[in-house]
Each structure stands twice: as structure tokens, then as C-alpha cells.
Design a binder for this molecule. Sequence first.
Ligand code: ARG
Length: 516
Amino acid sequence: MVFKLRPRWLQLALVALIGIILVLGLGRFPSIAQEAAAAKWKIGTEPAFPPFEMKDAATGDLDGFDIDLIKAIGEAAGREIEFVSLPFEGLIPALQSKTIDAAISGMTITAERSQTVDFSRPYFKAGLAIAVREDNSDIKSFENLMGKQIAVQIGTTGAQQAGSVKDAVVSTFDSAPLALQELVNGRVDAVVNDLPVTLFAINEANLKGVKVVGELVTEEYYGIALPKNSEALAAINAALETLIQTGVYAQIYRKWFVSDPPILPTIAPSLISPTRSGLNWGRLFQNLLKGAWITILLTATSFFFGLIGGSLVAFALISPVRPLRWLCRAYVDFFRGTPMLVQLFMIYFGIPAMLQGLGFEVSFNRFFAAVLALSLNVAAYLAEILRGGIQSIDRGQWEAGESLAMNPIETMQYVVFPQSFRRVLPPLGNEFITLIKDTSLAAVIGFEELFRQGQLVMATTYRSFEVFLAIAIVYLVMTSIASICFKRLEAYMDPISRAKKLTQAKASALPTTLPS
Ligand code: ARG
């Protein structure tokens, strides 16, 4: 049979839509748009690394040493600069896929990275330093970090250094300020981060109760990263050279660091004796297993508490007590109406910071915070599902309970709730599967669940496709198993199919021939 699109206007609308998509699509197509784009450089940056790159609080524009420098480079090279904000560990994959032309992000020139990307000549001299809380007196040097809790930004040289400390527990965060906040909140003993950034946070951004200890752990040089064999490399190096010669570089340096710039080498010392580390499948597999286990643990615990909480809230939502109803409605609306990510940040970073501001020494355990946020969120959804289920049960069932001399609580317990629970199993299954995937949000508070494990592997191997494909498959396996389990449960709880099975079982248990 031929499919026929009836109303004329619908046909016209469809043709117009296809036309618009084609025009828009072609507009982005390289051959047409290339002429215009050639004059532009797309520069990737992770803008939470003051004073190198940050968002101006007032204007929302990018600002910082790196930003000024790359703008000046663009000017000297006659190119327009377009900034693209990306997570730090996403910069190198973006260069690999040529989504961006270059990245400037306080990125240290390392031998490992230069296997995957090209670097400009060094443009800044920095190094890693250790930050601790002001009242800490037992960490004075890198050696003292042994067995300690350390927070770092994911994918950075700081993370790598911290990872090499014996017996240390390292938690990784998406940005350096978050790692520092972890230190302020008292959940870790130290942060390993680039010295100028930590100093800026203490001196300019008003980070309280934190000091830098000991000497520099490493000496590092920042470079602008480009895709391998990029044509832009020569132009960027030439522009950088000009800026250094003409004193523009020194001017920018003084603006941000109120001192004269040091003499920079033309090649980073780290590139003189390169080493290589590739993707280790054994390690990837091990990390995925570890992550999957944490994901399962988080999901199971949060769903368990969410189900209990959700049931209680569901009862409250239909209770005759009006203030209770209002309270629960407000709770459901809040947790359904705000992003889970915001809730996680609020519970993990916000509440302890606020309480400490009031003089209480509190900090939540990571697992507790994650389970709390996830269960509160999932309970809000489950409450609505369960309420709907309960209200869908026919009034006659209540009357039946009454006629059997049950009180309302007994009727709910033995008659209404079991029936409604069976009805809501499919949406419950949906929630469970959503929760499995949502646990990946716990990565933002430094939780090394499945997704974070993938990020960690990617941050050192830069094999984004293989790593995330593997991660996606593990999630798919977990959600498929969950979906099968819920189907089974549904079949098990179906009184009709169960009754049938029971009679079948009985029939087959009957002897076919009579014993003689
Ligand atoms: N210099 C360190 C590195 O290359 C940290 C850089 C972090 N940069 C940022 N924009 N967050 O690993």
C-alpha cells in the first residue's frame, strides 16, 4: 500500500521543512562556508582556570592571560578568534577530531600529549604546587602526601602527579576551583594544582583558609595545542615570537601577574626525552568493572531509599491532612522541577560550605551525598507514580475492604497497594533505568563511577571513541538486565498468568497412568 499524505498544506509544510534543513545544512558544509571560515581560528578553552581563562562575572565575556594572549596572536596573524568552551579533558579529543583549530588553556607541554597533538613554543612558565588547609602542619612537601586524600582537576598534570603518590586517595573534579572547594570543605588533605592558579584563588578570588606549602613539585611550560601537523602551527609560533620581541607579551604578562616575565626556552624541556603510553585494554577493562560496580551500588541503594521515601510521600499526597499534602507537594515540585546536577552540587558543596560559614564543622561523605541527592530526586518521581497507581484502583476495592471489616490502613496494605504496585511496575522500571544512567552525574562530585572511569582513562590515553563506546556498552548491558528483571517481575505479579501457570503445573504433576 502506498503511503499518502492527505492535506495539501501538510505536504507543503513538509517540503518547506526539508528545504530549510537542506539550506541550513549546506550553509555549514565546508565547501561553501570555507571561504568565510578560513579567516577564523576556533580556539578551545576550559574557562574555569583563573587567571589564565575565566568568565568575567559582570559581562560574561572570556577574560584572562591566555585569552589576551591568543587575541593578540590572532591580531598579529591576521585571524579572527572564536572561542569554544570545553571541558579540559575534552580539549585534546576536540583537537584530534579537528572540531577546534587550537586550544589555549594553561595546558602543560608534556611528552605524552605531544604524541597526540602539536604544541606551540612555550608561552608561560608554571609548575605544580601543593595547597593545604591553613591549620594543617603535617604536609610540608610532596613526600608527606603519602596515604593522604588529594583532590585534583581531571586530566591535568596535577592529577597525574597525585596519582603517582603511594597509597594516596585521589578524587578528581571537573575544574580546579571545585577541587579547591573540596579542600576548603575539609574533605581532602591537599590539592595538587598549578601554582599561579592556586595563588590567584587565594589572593584574588578570596579563597579562605587555604595555604600553599613547600616548593614547586614540578616545573612546567604551557603551550598552545594544535592538531598534529596543523598548518596554523607556524603562524602561531611566528606571531608568538613577534609578541615577545615587540614587548606586547611582557605587557600582557604584567597586566595579570604584576611582574616581569621570565625568559622562556624555545622548546619545552619535557619534550627532550619523550615517553609513550597508549591504551591498555586490560586496564580499561579493570577500570570499567570498578566503575560499573560503583554504578550498581549507587543505583540499588538510591532506588531502595527512593522507593521507601516515594511510598511515604505518595501516601501523604492523598492523605486528608492538608498541611502534610502541601508540604509533600512542595517537595515533589522542587525535586522534579530542578536539575539533578544542581541538587547534587547543592548537597555536596553548597550545604557544607554554608554550614561552615555559620561555624559548624560538617562535611558529607561522598557516597552519602550522592545517595541522598539521588534518592531525594527519585523519590519525588516515584511518589507521583505510586500516587497515580493508588488512585487508579477502583473505589469498589475500598468498599470491599470495608465490608471485610478492614480499617483503611489494612485495606491499603492488603488490597489497594499490592494491586496498584503491579500497575505501576512499568513506569517504575523506567525510573530504575533512568536512575542507572543518572548516576553518571555523581561524577561531578568526584565519584569514580562508570562514566568517570571512562573520563579518567581518556584523560591519559586520548582514545575517546573506543573508551566511550565501551562505556556505552556497559551501560546498555546494565539497563537491559534491569529491563528483563522488571519484565519478569511483572509476569510474576500478574495474577492471571500466574493462575494459569499454577493450573498447568498442577495438571502436569498429575500421574498420566494409574498405578497398578
Ligand atoms: N597545567 C595543567 C595541565 O596541563 C592544568 C591545566 C588546566 N587548565 C584548565 N584550563 N583547566 O594539565
